[in-house]
Design a protein around this ligand. Structure first.
Ligand code: NA7
Length: 546
């Protein structure tokens, strides 16, 4: 039942908000979630572009809180496509009767702390105001699409789409001239599919990616069943893994014994042990993805460049047109700087006659016109223009919610120089307001479902602790928060994520003017989780209560 006087107000009904409803309701709390979309699913509700797919294996990217759910849900593919994940989200919503606690089509425009009453008040786009003792921002890490401000953007008379806001109804691109800006994960996934549908596709690339072929296997019943049988252990393994992925290898997935003489040789651990010819041979025999198995490529700059060069050679061997191949070769940064992109037929798509690549560093976009895009070299006419230009990641949705805490302090002011938060769970000056997978937590570097469950459980336990001890509010001490931020920065130093020339959305580098700070916690999920547990065991060390 929807309550206008909830104990906990949840903003967002993606996987984080959905689990929060279930968890908090089971604690006897009165819960209301406000969701901008018309249904559940968050990322998987909005990102419906052709080719959208998860980069974590389906059996791992699933909730662990319900044994029955684990046993009964079936995944059709080893790596799931967006429609299957959205079906799962809907199944979870139905199964646990979550929709009764969600108000859909309700964007939150402001979240204010009412100090006298010790309440949080959310103001919706419709002007409604809802108050609650606790507020949980389950607003996602990649939920505010970034549309670059290109001159003349409004003048285009054709259809404009963004991969992160893809329409629910089918988009018919047959016979259409399509332009797509951006070659990150979204662009790389969408481009092969768009090319199949459109009359002609023109890709505007600013920075080439390192993308490797995704696993495209269908799920086998025996593999699914082995996971079901072993889920108890698998969930424990996830808790011990830096990325929250168990890495469990089902016996049923092994097609032939490792001693099979026909099996290709396993790549050695260090790329620097191989000659350039041997590296090329590894790629020729095992594909570009083999380069990701060289551990030294992620810890040693010389090895990293050796892997990058082998990668570029691999691209040159796939793409027919040498100029196009050269443009597709990343040279300004190395493997491991950005989130690894997985594709299906990305490079071969550029061998099609109906696909053109435009490098906008060579010939910059000067304006968007009535008919299409004008670069410094020529103009291109389109019926449809697609932005695959990413998100204002990690902090975007929290800042867009206009949060104001104690003494009128705005989150936007507090975070002027970058996000400051304790454990990515709470901010000093914002009592009883929690963030799920906030900046400074493993979040996007972890299996999201694992990170979400851990955060929601921690928050739920914290609310119980407050209630049991008759405590009205909790917030971090500024010094604990600052120490945590310093630690988050410290562990990111010296990693491939922060090498010179590396510009990623992890660093906020994709948004003009955004402070350059490495936002997720790179120290590993187990270390982070243990720290959260230790803090609780020490009587909520670093927090203060009233
Ligand atoms: P990304 O990874 O941020 O990629 C956005 C792409 O858009 C990237 O190629 C950008 O080039 C490009 N871009 C952004 N602004 C412009 C302008 N102004 N001109 C030309 N090109 C531009 O977002 P995705 O949606 O692909 O993926 C985000 C995450 O979602 C992904 O990592 C997965 O975790 C799921 P740039 O590289 O900045 O030069």
């Amino acid at each position: 039942m929807i309550s206008d006087r909830p104990d906990v107000l949840i903003v967002g009904a993606g996987f984080a908000g959905m689990y929060a409803i279930h968890r908090f309701r089971n604690q006897g709390l009165n819960v209301l979630a406000l969701e901008a979309g018309s249904d559940v699913g968050g990322t998987w509700y909005w990102n419906r572009y052709p080719g959208a797919r998860c980069d974590v294996p389906s059996l791992e990217y699933s909730f662990g809180f319900s044994k029955e759910l684990e046993q009964q849900w079936g995944w059709p593919e080893v790596f799931s496509a967006q429609p299957d994940i959205l079906r799962y989200a809907n199944h979870v919503a139905d199964r646990f009767d979550l929709r009764g606690n969600i108000r859909f089509n309700t964007r939150v425009n402001a979240v204010d702390y009412l100090e006298q009453q010790n309440l949080w008040r959310a103001t919706t786009e419709h002007g409604e105001q809802i108050e609650a003792r606790f507020c949980v921002m389950a607003t996602g890490c990649l939920s505010v699409p970034n549309t670059p401000k290109l001159p003349g953007a409004e003048s285009f008379t054709g259809r404009v789409l963004h991969t992160g806001l893809w329409p629910k109804e089918k988009v018919d691109l047959a016979g259409k001239r399509v332009g797509v800006i951006g070659t990150g994960s979204s662009g790389v996934q969408a481009i092969p599919e768009l090319a199949k549908q459109a009359h002609h596709l023109t890709v505007f690339q600013r920075t080439p990616v390192y993308t490797v072929p995704a696993n495209r296997k269908a799920m086998r019943d025996a593999v699914q069943q082995e996971f079901r049988d072993r889920y108890h252990d698998i969930r424990k393994m996830q808790q011990q893994n830096p990325g929250g992925v168990s890495g469990f290898q089902p016996l049923a997935s092994v097609n032939r014994p490792a001693t099979d003489p026909a099996a290709p040789p396993l790549a050695p651990a260090a790329i620097l042990e191989l000659t350039p010819d041997q590296r090329r041979q590894v790629v020729a025999e095992r594909g570009l993805g083999a380069l990701l198995t060289f551990r030294d490529a992620y810890t040693n700059l010389e090895a990293n460049e050796a892997a990058n060069e082998a990668f570029r050679d691999g691209v040159r061997s796939i793409v027919d047109n040498p100029d196009t191949a050269e443009r597709l070769c990343p040279t300004t940064y190395g493997l491991g700087c950005k989130r690894q992109v997985l594709d299906r037929d990305y490079y071969v798509t550029f061998n099609r006659d109906d696909v053109t690549l435009v490098d906008v560093t060579e010939t910059p976009i000067e304006s968007i016109t009535e008919n299409g895009i004008c670069t410094s070299a020529q103009s291109y006419d389109f019926d449809v223009l697609i932005y695959a230009t990413g998100f204002d990641a990690m902090t975007g949705a929290l800042l867009r919610a206009n949060i104001t805490g104690r003494e009128g302090q705005r989150l936007a002011d507090k975070w002027r120089h970058g996000p400051v938060a304790y454990l990515g769970l709470q901010m000093s000056g914002f009592p009883n307001l929690f963030t799920v997978t906030g900046p400074g937590s493993p979040s996007v570097l972890c299996n999201m479902l694992v990170a979400i469950e851990q955060h929601v459980n921690w928050i739920g336990d914290c609310i119980d602790y407050l209630r049991e001890n008759n405590l009205a509010r909790i917030e971090p001490l500024p010094e604990a928060e600052n120490d945590w931020v310093a630690h988050v920065n410290e562990v990111a130093k010296g990693t491939m994520y922060t090498t010179p020339g590396c510009n990623s959305w992890y660093l906020g580098a994709n948004i003009p003017g955004k402070p350059r700070i490495f936002m997720p916690y790179v120290g590993g999920y187990p270390r982070y989780r243990e720290r959260c547990e230790q803090i609780v065991a020490n009587g909520y060390e670093g927090f203060r209560f009233r």
